[in-house]
Design a binder for this molecule. Structure first.
Ligand code: BG6
Length: 488
């Protein structure tokens, strides 16, 4: 880390769910690993009427809950970095106080700072405009980290972007999608572009279809206020799943430089075939979890969760089929699926190859040759290639075996996505952050589905909690021999 590092970090929404679960544990782990710049000071901005001591107690509690085993020495050093600032998001005086605290004596403006908006998307604009009025503006070295979802549809995203650009330059804006910080997602690039045999079969001549699944055991938890407005398509598909899709489908970029990578991702998004109004039913399906069992526990349905209106038709499950109309992918369906309250956590990319062309084994007991798969699991991490081999014995029969290309050895620490991305913000590296045209094109792709679903406001099919979603989700498959891959 250079001496010239940014020394101020400000967290808006410091007592919120995101800060507790992800941000504070990630910063703490970086502290333990000696990765935070020595002079880094952190301002926690929130509403609760606390002083630094009250904040530190809260910090301790959250880290205890979410950061794994604690080390007293590291915790003390970490807690020393924090200062609490009580304020309302809309109150200009709170920002003036922030600016005072961050301005060195004699300096004309607040010190360079990373400002993390771990707040509800509806508040982004308020904070951004108040910050700029208080002197954290487009002329200084301020890095504004904005969480997803960026806007609620295409139009609102464009507006939000224009309004933010009135106060900050694009270079100052870090739109975060934490899936890009997952190491195995980056491993996808290495797997594709560092292995000659792989890249040469990565196209429509060999691949039958691609499945991208993010299944969660969790329900809506305490986030109904946000989630009931958003739903699975906005919460997961428009961002995390579409980002994975771009990395699976993109052409090799000329370099790993931020814009080179992002240019290729945008080309993929622009090549996705728009779904027409009357094709929505064949391309997309939504559903909501009903009551059911997760492991041995009985859990309520979504409509009975605290904060959710009993008549809500918000989807907690979405499955969508896209086609990418370019030379590499034309005709290959990409099936994206996400859901809450599914049997277990599964984030995966499953790539199914075509059947072999020759019926060489017709005269043997083999009834059908299973196709090959490449199976990449983000959680738990693994990378496997599924092949057919001969079963030992006199007859010709086949069995499926897996080559395991998982890369983490026992004891090698898994870097949390937020840790990796926070280090990138500190270094000013934007390769794993989202450029606005990516957001825009991803909205263009999902917008027709959102519009169609918003008109079906009186009914949504349900699936039992603890299942893999509604049976109807298979209706988006193109061929009878395609089915969801739930086991890797
Ligand atoms: C967030 C969504 O972006 O990602 C949540 O808002 C979801 O609804 C979470 O639970 C999943 O992230 P991960 O890293 O646990 O797969």
């Amino acid at each position: 880390m250079s001496d010239d590092c940014i020394c101020q970090f400000v967290i808006f929404g410091a007592t919120g769910d995101l800060a507790s679960r992800k941000l504070l544990p990630a910063l703490y782990h970086l502290q333990c690993a000696g990765q935070l710049p020595e002079p880094l000071q952190i301002t926690a901005f929130a509403r609760r009427p606390w002083d630094d001591t009250g904040w530190r107690e809260f910090l301790m509690e959250q880290l205890d809950n979410f950061a794994g085993p604690m080390n007293e020495e590291h915790f003390n050093a970490f807690a020393q970095r924090f200062h609490y600032l009580q304020g309302e998001l809309h109150d200009p005086e709170a920002y003036a106080e922030l600016a005072r605290r961050l301005t060195k004596e004699g300096a004309g403006r607040p010190d360079r700072a990373i400002i993390y908006l771990a707040i509800r998307p509806v508040d982004f604009l308020t904070v951004v405009s108040r910050l700029s009025a208080a002197g954290f503006d487009r002329d200084g070295d301020y890095r504004i980290v904005i969480e997803k979802p960026f806007g609620t549809d295409l139009e609102s995203a464009i507006q939000l972007n224009e309004q933010i650009h009135r106060h900050f330059r694009e270079e100052q804006i870090y739109r975060i999608d934490h899936y890009l910080g997952k190491e195995i997602v980056q491993n996808l690039l290495v797997f594709r572009f560092a292995n000659l045999p792989i890249e040469s079969v990565w196209n429509r001549n060999h691949i039958d279809h691609v499945q991208i699944t993010v299944a969660e055991e969790l329900g809506v938890e305490s986030r109904a206020a946000y989630y009931d407005e958003a739903g699975a398509l906005r919460d997961m598909v428009q961002n995390h799943l579409m980002q994975i899709l771009t990395l699976v489908a993109m052409e090799p970029p000329p370099s790993l430089e931020a814009d080179a990578l992002r240019d290729e991702k945008v080309k993929v998004l622009r090549s996705i075939r728009p779904i027409s109004r009357n094709a929505i039913h064949a391309h997309a399906i939504r559903a909501q979890y009903g009551p059911g069992m997760i492991g041995n526990d009985h859990v309520p349905g979504y409509a009975d969760e605290p904060g959710v209106a009993p008549s809500s038709v918000t989807e907690t499950f979405a499955a969508v089929k896209f086609f990418i109309d370019n030379w590499r992918w034309r005709g290959v369906p990409f099936y994206l699926r996400t859901g809450k309250r599914m049997p277990h956590k599964l984030s995966s990319v499953s790539i199914r190859f075509r059947h072999t062309p020759q019926a060489l084994f017709r005269a043997t007991p083999i009834e059908r040759i299973e196709p090959n798969w490449i199976l990449l699991s983000l959680e738990p991490e693994s990378l496997k290639v599924e092949l057919q081999i001969k079963e030992p014995g006199l007859e010709i029969r086949t069995r499926t075996t897996q080559l395991n290309a998982s890369y983490r050895k026992d004891g090698e620490r898994e870097l949390d996505a937020y840790e990796a991305l926070l280090l990138d913000v500190l270094e000013g590296d934007k390769a794993l952050f989202i450029r606005f045209d990516e957001v825009e094109w991803a909205w263009r792709v999902v917008d027709p589905i959102l519009k169609a679903w918003s008109q079906e406001s009186d009914y949504i099919i349900t699936y039992p909690s603890g299942s893999w979603g509604p049976d109807e989700s298979t209706r988006i498959f193109d061929k009878e021999d395609q089915s969801w891959r739930n086991q890797l």
